[in-house]
Design a protein around this ligand. Structure first.
Ligand code: FES
Length: 85
């Protein structure tokens, strides 16, 4: 039987490992789940978003720590590969 939570974690793992942690886009981590899910949704529908599209894609999330620049850099750094979709 497939555990839906494991399936979700496996789907977002590349986002977590190659972007947010390595680029320093996580400070307190409060906004991170929403940012990750928004980034995944954006990249699922637009494999090569512009900076403006990234800003719009995560606009429903507020981050009080990072100033957003590292989050933008993290999302832009995600390789455009099928395994990250
Ligand atoms: S990392 Fe603290 S609110 Fe975003």
């Amino acid at each position: 039987m497939v555990n839906p939570m494991n399936l979700l974690l496996n789907q977002i793992k590349p986002l977590l490992t190659c972007s947010a942690v390595e680029k320093g886009a996580i400070q307190c981590g409060y906004c991170t789940p929403g940012m990750i899910m928004s980034a995944k949704n954006l990249l699922d529908t637009n494999a090569n978003p512009t900076e403006q599209e990234i800003r719009k894609g995560i606009s429903g999330n507020l981050c009080r720590c990072t100033g957003y620049q590292k989050i933008f850099e993290a999302i832009k750094s995600i390789p455009n590969t099928q395994e990250n979709k």
